[in-house]
Design a protein around this ligand. Structure first.
Ligand code: FDA
Length: 307
């Protein structure tokens, strides 16, 4: 999407008035269903069945970010703990993915660490895995710090890194000694050119360079969090040149986006996961999805036509 249009959507995602009013409109409520099976944990877990049948694992995230009161973080952590129990109960190969600001990072980083620590322990105990999402650039240092602390005594924890940030090559380098798990994404926030590549070709070049670096090290659980099949094929070619098969990395896509491609990659032998988002606080997340592709806006417009 052209840069100005993308910025309008990213601006709207953080505007308090729109954030309050737009989610109440029927049009938005209908349109978001394309990317979200429902608002409840049960709907998310039910949607997993069709992926599981085809050998595709699932990741879950309960939407919500930037909490304003610390007790809410306790409720969010309790929710994720219940989700981990449900994942085990239903024998789904599910993992969880959480945003630090949803666990109170804006208010008390130590409390956020304690919540994550508890969830990492619970994820290990239930055979699952804890992923930490990456939010806007202001949170990168604090999020990396949380990850380093967690990784020092938990194995089954991963972090998301954003290829559009100029700093990420250095961050990868600093994480490599930890045998990290990294989900590499292009990046979804509105960042200044000073901090981030804003040209799509630069972002793609950074994505490929970073993923090749991690592949070469062979000690990274590498998840490609992208729908860009061209990049995935390029990395697969690098893997082949290194004598590695299609299982050298995982492909992680969002529920409802390019599912046909995810299924095709699975049939070709790639390890695949679908990230299923759910919950009532979907507005900013959904606006970031609209910012990613003009066709999604046309989709919302079509929902306004009552036939
Ligand atoms: P790109 O935008 O170039 O799209 C490649 C192709 O995929 C497009 O041509 C289009 O066909 C299709 N496509 C992409 N987005 C689409 C959409 N919304 N609707 C329809 N088609 C679409 N970001 C972040 O900053 N922090 C995070 O923690 C995460 N976590 C995360 C987890 C997972 C599993 C995924 C897949 C993505 C994220 N992201 C994220 C979002 C990520 O940063 C990025 O904004 C989106 O994935 C879109 O970029 P692509 O890599 O798909 O490439």
């Amino acid at each position: 999407m052209s840069h100005p249009t993308r910025r309008v959507f990213l601006w709207a995602s953080t505007n308090p008035t729109l954030r309050e009013k737009l989610p109440q409109t029927r049009v938005m409520q209908r349109a978001v269903r394309r990317f979200m099976p429902g608002e409840t944990m049960d709907e998310a877990l039910t949607a997993a069945a069709e992926y599981e049948e085809r050998g595709i694992g699932t990741l879950y995230t309960r939407l919500g970010e930037n909490l304003t009161a610390l007790p809410e973080a306790q409720a969010v952590a309790d929710h994720y703990a219940t989700l981990l129990d449900e994942i085990r109960e239903r024998s789904v190969s599910g993992e969880i993915s959480v945003k630090p600001t949803q666990l109170g990072l804006d208010l008390d980083p130590d409390a956020t660490f304690r919540h994550l620590d508890r969830l990492a322990t619970h994820a290990e105990g239930t055979g699952s895995y804890l992923w930490i999402d990456m939010e806007s650039s202001a949170y990168v240092d604090a999020t990396l710090d949380l990850y380093r602390r967690l990784k020092s005594h938990h194995d089954r924890v991963g972090i998301c890194l954003q290829a559009y940030l100029r700093r990420t090559a250095k961050d990868v380098e600093s994480l490599l000694p930890l045998n990290p798990a990294v989900r590499l994404v292009k990046g979804a926030y509105d960042e200044p050119r000073r901090l981030a590549y804003t040209d799509a070709r630069e972002v793609d070049a950074s994505y490929l360079a970073l993923s090749v670096t991690m592949l070469r090290e062979r000690n990274v659980r590498l998840g490609l969090g992208t729908h860009d099949v061209r990049l995935i094929v390029q990395l697969a070619n690098h893997a082949a040149a290194l004598g590695l098969g299609p299982d050298a990395f995982e492909v992680q896509m969002l529920y409802g986006i390019r599912t046909d491609e995810l299924l095709r990659l699975r049939r070709e032998g790639y390890r695949c996961q679908a990230l299923i988002a759910y919950g009532a606080s979907w507005y900013p997340w959904y606006l970031r999805r609209l910012a990613e592709r003009p066709a999604n806006v046309a989709f919302v417009a079509r929902q306004m036509i009552p036939w």
